[in-house]
Design a binder for this molecule. Structure first.
Ligand code: HAM
Length: 428
């Protein structure tokens, strides 16, 4: 086996065979996002590391362990900034919202991003890559619970339109900056006497990011998690009312949600509503999201409520395949043009006709490399083209072509009428 250079571990090529899945998701997501009034935004792949460090948070796996960041080359004054490959989309979008004064626009500002690459130095495994792509929506400048329900409803509509079944919608409220510190103290008081028997990661979480204690997957800690005080029982009145309204509106969107009191999410910026959709196994997160009312302030802006989600496109593709859902196929080649003998005149006439067909919007192809007529016809048949057009000396001299179609007798069509024949025939 020759030793080729290979893609890095956790990074994947997206080959042409996979593209119909991507297009299916992209077209469905765009159509639904636009239906709900969202407009596309693209932000740079690289940001100053502080954008993520301050918002996603120190002590989170994403920032502490998984972020690709490095010092850029110093400028003339010798200053260098630490920059990061984007591990997630929200912080950059909020940075752009502030930078471009979008708070002066009509609120909420509703934005979406599509097939955006994200980088996390995660342990690669099925459905977990070091580069993955997200479709995401962010709504900024509105705290109305109707927006929370709309986000979840929008996502659910995308899954429905993709034909996915048995999708679980898990929701929770983690309160706001008033109620959360009180709950965290209660949680820590509960864990303190149990800490010795916790896994090593939990011992670190206890100090760095106590909410994530609830997210531990180690068997030894499951009973502790099940008996832990639940954050929804400690919400302040305003957060309680907000969450009750979200649930009422979700019923109006017809979303079959479940309450998951242990859902806390792995990013620090969340407040109040959080949600995650999973597949039937309830193990793989297809998307995650929530409200982040304090994020804009962390980035130096005015207090600006916000809510959004990120959907992992690779995970959706895996789920489509698991459920045997095939995306619409790419349109096949419609016409294949072949020349009977290897002469310059016939080849020129073929290139000319293929160019004209393509300019007329007809998907046409030809054989390259001066192959024999037999070899060209072999290609024509493997391309599944509906029509084969043949040009020989006789055709060239007398200004016509021969058109063959499976199970139909070959016809001679005037050279000047080929396009009309193909398009007209197609419209019949
Ligand atoms: P997240 O939960 O970290 O949230 O990622 C969103 C989704 O991206 C996940 O549910 C999963 O489908 C996919 N994903 C994450 N990491 C990987 C990976 N290593 N390989 C494959 N897929 C992955 C966020 O990123 C937030 N910015 C979402 C958000 C937007 N919250 C508010 N607005």
């Amino acid at each position: 086996m020759p030793e080729y250079m290979r893609a890095l571990q956790g990074f994947k090529d997206i080959l042409p065979e996979e593209q119909p899945y991507w297009r299916f998701i992209e077209e469905t997501a765009t159509q639904v996002a636009q239906l709900y009034g969202y407009r596309r935004i693209e932000t740079p792949l690289i940001e100053e590391t502080a954008v993520f460090r301050k918002t996603v948070g120190e002590g989170t796996d994403i920032v502490d362990r998984e972020m690709y960041n490095f010092d850029d080359k110093p400028d003339k004054e010798g200053h260098s900034i630490n920059i990061a490959l984007r591990p997630e989309g929200t912080a950059g979008v909020v940075r752009a919202y502030l930078e471009h004064g979008m708070s002066r626009h009509q609120l909420p500002v509703k934005l979406y991003y599509l097939s955006v690459p994200m980088f996390r130095r995660d342990r690669p495994q099925a459905g977990r890559y070091r580069e993955h792509h997200q479709f995401g929506c962010e709504a900024l400048g509105e705290s109305d619970p109707a927006i929370d329900a709309e986000m979840i409803g929008l996502l659910y509509q995308i899954y429905t339109q993709l034909g996915l079944k048995h999708i679980r919608v898990n929701i929770n409220s983690i309160g706001d900056s008033n109620s959360r510190p009180k709950y965290i103290n209660i949680l820590k008081a509960y864990y303190e006497p149990l800490l010795d028997s916790c896994c090593n990661d939990c011992k670190v979480r206890f100090h760095k990011n106590p909410l994530r204690l609830l997210d531990c997957k180690e068997p030894q800690d499951q009973e502790k998690i099940a008996n832990a005080p639940k954050i929804v029982d400690y919400l302040d009145e305003a957060s309680k009312e907000h969450f009750a309204a979200v649930k009422r509106y979700l019923d109006m969107y017809g979303v079959p949600y479940s309450m998951d009191p242990l859902l806390v999410r792995g990013l620090d910026y969340y407040t109040r509503t959080v949600f995650e959709f999973t597949n039937e196994s309830n193990k793989t997160a297809l998307n995650g999201g929530g409200r982040y009312d304090g994020l804009a302030e962390i980035l130096g802006g005015e207090a600006t409520p916000g809510i959004g989600f990120g959907m992992g496109m690779e995970r959706i593709i895996l789920e489509l395949k698991r459920q045997s859902i095939t995306p619409p196929a790419e349109p096949p080649t419609q016409v294949f043009v072949a020349y009977l003998a290897r002469t310059t005149e016939l080849k020129d006439a073929t290139v000319q006709l293929v160019a004209e067909l393509r300019h007329a919007g007809i998907k046409a192809d030809m054989g390259y490399g001066d192959r024999s007529f037999k070899a060209q016809m072999k290609r024509a048949s493997s391309s599944n083209a509906e029509y084969a057009i043949i040009i020989g000396e006789n055709e060239l001299t007398n200004g016509f072509v021969t058109i063959r179609r499976a199970e139909v007798e070959a016809v001679e069509v005037k050279r000047s009428e080929v396009i009309a024949y193909i398009t007209g025939d197609d419209e019949k």
